[in-house]
Write a protein that binds this ligand. Structure first.
Ligand code: ASP
Length: 402
């Protein structure tokens, strides 16, 4: 591929080629499994960088907010923004799914549906598990909530120590730069990885899987569009950015997230893009790595839409109290989702078990999960970027470019 083509263009080409080759594969007797290693290698590379990338950028980010009071303020504003926007996201998903009813009248064959061997842990355990017994174990196992908890505490302590913590700060700041560079190197493989992932998905599932679930996919995309219109664009406006400037400035991380279905893959690009748009370095280097795992508006929308869809298919009534439970659980489950492809499909078990939806429903939607993952990952990443720009504006007044 030509050196002059930027990464987003290369990834776009990889994606289109993947769809074409995947669609042609059955007719020219190419097995879908041929493409799988190309995509799997990319996912492994992303998973390789995610723990050290989030840990180092978050430690450096938390520690770079000059004083402890400021860090507390930035953290509070960021968390309030995350909670509010994620809650709105589930509500948008629920409202649209209730109105459009994507599962109504659907008669899907339940034969051959493999039940995923996953079950949700009780809620209290999920909350208690945020605190790691051993931070090294959390890092080794890639338990992102535990990693984040420890990274913020560590960064917070560094910030409190002032001069004494300086050497450690310089070390982590430099490691964060190194990890951003490592991610950049890994991303050079992304166009091929994206080609493999798309070709495998299309060759494996084809249109026959998509058609019965097209309404579900449409509701998901519509809900994502609404989230942009009613949440992100107004926030960008408050941050002093015109819609065009805002979306154009974020085009690279958005294309990366759409094509890779991984927020983690888009982390460093998102960080650099919001800073170019004028977000302050200290706010964004704290909130972007934090939001990368805990702020997943797209995953929240998906959980709302999928819960209503599955309940309809199985004829399970969803009165308002159950839908309120969905809101609460979807917010929590989205916080716990990792920034890798298909993460929300696993975390949705938390929602389904609480409201009595059989877990077979997961196999039902798995066929179109990749297509929905593209939308939700894009929204996950856009939500983080919007938060960084808004909190920067609230903190520093005129720091964000017009
Ligand atoms: N793929 C999503 C992400 O990386 C997570 C998910 O919603 O499954 O943000």
């Amino acid at each position: 591929m030509s050196k002059r083509l930027g990464l987003p263009a290369q990834m776009g080409i990889g994606m289109v080629l993947g769809v074409i080759v995947g669609a042609m594969a059955p007719s020219i007797s190419i097995d879908a499994s041929w493409f799988k290693p190309l995509g799997d290698l990319f996912i492994t590379l992303v998973r390789m960088v995610v723990v050290p990338l989030v840990f180092t950028t978050l430690v450096a980010g938390a520690a770079s907010v000059c004083d402890v009071k400021e860090l507390g303020r930035v953290a509070t504003k960021t968390l309030v923004y995350y909670l509010l926007t994620t809650t709105v996201a589930v509500i948008i998903g629920l409202i649209l799914a209730n109105l459009i009813r994507p599962g109504l009248g659907l008669t899907l064959s339940m034969e051959n549906l493999a039940v995923k061997d996953v079950s949700a842990p009780p809620l209290i355990k999920v909350l208690m598990d945020i605190v790691p017994l051993n931070p090294i174990d959390a890092l080794a196992k890639g338990n992102m909530l535990q990693v984040i908890f420890f990274a913020i505490l560590f960064g917070f302590a560094l910030s409190m120590l002032g001069e004494k913590g300086r050497p450690a700060f310089v070390f982590f700041d430099s490691c964060a730069e190194v990890m951003i560079k490592v991610t950049g190197i890994v991303m050079r493989y992304a166009p091929i990885g994206v080609f493999g992932l798309m070709a495998f998905t299309v060759a494996n599932h084809g249109l026959s899987v998509l058609l019965p679930l097209i309404k579900l996919v449409a509701v998901m995309y519509l809900a994502c569009l609404l989230q942009i219109l009613v949440v992100y664009l107004p926030c960008a406006h408050v941050a002093g950015l015109k819609p065009g400037t805002f979306l154009k400035g974020l085009s690279e991380p958005l294309i990366i997230s759409f094509s890779t279905c991984s927020s983690a893959a888009a982390l460093s690009s998102n960080l650099l893009s919001v800073q170019k748009l004028g977000a302050s370095k200290s706010v964004s280097s704290f909130s972007i790595p934090l939001g990368n795992t805990i702020n997943m508006d797209g995953a929240a929308i998906y959980m709302g839409v999928a819960a209503i869809f599955a309940a309809e298919v199985y004829g399970i009534p969803m009165p308002i109290d159950k839908q309120l439970t969905v809101i609460l659980l979807a917010v929590l489950a989205s916080i716990g989702s990792m920034g890798v492809p298909g993460a929300a499909l696993i975390m949705i078990t938390m929602v389904f078990t609480q409201v009595g939806i059989p877990l077979e429903a997961i196999a039902l939607i798995a066929g179109v999960d990749r297509i929905m993952d593209m939308a939700r990952t894009t929204i996950n990443v856009l939500g983080d970027a919007t938060g960084a720009l808004l909190v920067s504006k609230l903190e520093n007044g005129g720091n964000v470019k017009a």
